[in-house]
Design a protein around this ligand. Structure first.
Ligand code: CO8
Length: 260
């Protein structure tokens, strides 16, 4: 895949997508948002990787938000489409069908923080900071931030960070369950790939089904979620991967999953 603002590489069954606009701290202009959506769709359709990592170029920023220079001409009716375009990007990432790890190498602000919130996991370098500074610009965190931050850290805490614009340090983020792991900057890639490789040893179809059960079940009431869980379990038990996983256990060997 060739892009103007992204790099894409593969390490085995792990895809690594890097936002590459370091001069503006990897801020997302319209073209980059379009490219992230295209890259995510390609990853989904090609089925070549079992985990996707998203990160930013350099060691200063993951993504410092939407590109503010593109806000200048926004009028009354434009904000809705602008927001929905960013939401499409975060929705595609959240529902990719494979785990997506935000490898947060620095500042993740505004739309960058919202991109990280849509990922399955967030691994932060010790120097990383997250924040939703949009209200200071007179706009709203419109890339899913008002909804996803509240769901992850709770309504009251989310409102605190949205209304104050205070940045959240890496350790603080870990303590409130917003970061899954905090590591030294020079170990960030290694530890992220370690997690990605661990997930790659699991049955890929079961991974996908579990993601669906959690992502969609969480939005429903408990009994509906449990029925969804049972349906996902039923799909899983019919796969060749499940036969292989169970046989490998009984035969005391490692499973060889084919995603079938
Ligand atoms: N957009 C455009 N350019 C940016 C952005 C950005 N978000 N962030 C940084 N840059 C540019 C700077 O303008 C600067 O460019 P130049 O060298 O040409 O002056 C360069 O990157 C380096 O930045 P700084 O010199 O400012 O670096 P500092 O270390 O001094 O400061 C900060 C770093 C604190 C990150 C500072 O750059 C900053 O505050 N940036 C803006 C952060 C921000 O407010 N992000 C949220 C944007 S709004 C958003 O994301 C909304 C998404 C949802 C859609 C909403 C619908 C309306």
């Amino acid at each position: 895949m060739e892009f103007n603002n992204l790099n894409y590489e593969k390490e085995g069954k792990v895809g690594i997508l890097t936002v590459n606009r370091p001069k503006v701290l990897n801020a997302l202009n319209k073209e980059t948002v379009k490219e992230i959506k295209e890259a995510a769709r390609h990853v989904k359709e090609a089925g070549e990787v079992n985990v996707l990592v998203i990160t930013g170029e350099g060691d200063k920023a993951f993504v410092a938000g939407a590109d503010i220079s593109e806000f200048v001409d926004l009028g009354l009716k434009d904000g809705f489409d602008f927001s929905r375009n960013f939401q499409e990007m975060t929705n595609v990432v959240e529902n990719l069908g494979i785990p997506v790890i935000a490898m947060v190498n620095g500042l993740a602000l505004g739309g960058g923080c919202e991109l990280a919130l849509a990922c399955t996991f967030r691994i932060l370098s010790e120097t990383a900071r997250l924040g939703l500074p949009e209200l200071g610009l007179g706009v709203v965190p419109g890339a899913g931030g008002t909804q996803r931050l509240s769901r992850i850290i709770g309504k009251s805490r989310a409102l605190w960070y949205i209304l104050t614009g205070d940045f959240i340090g890496a350790q603080e983020a870990f303590e409130m369950g917003l970061a899954n792991l905090v590591v030294a900057q020079d170990k960030l890639r290694e530890k992220t790939l370690e997690l990605a490789q661990k997930i790659c040893t699991k049955g890929p179809l079961a991974v996908r089904l579990a993601l669906h059960a959690v992502n969609f079940g969480m939005e429903a009431d408990l009994q509906t979620g449990l029925v969804l869980e049972a349906a996902m379990t039923n799909v899983a038990t019919g796969t060749k991967d499940a036969k292989e996983g169970i046989a490998s256990f009984l035969e005391k060997r490692k499973p060889e999953f084919k995603g079938e």
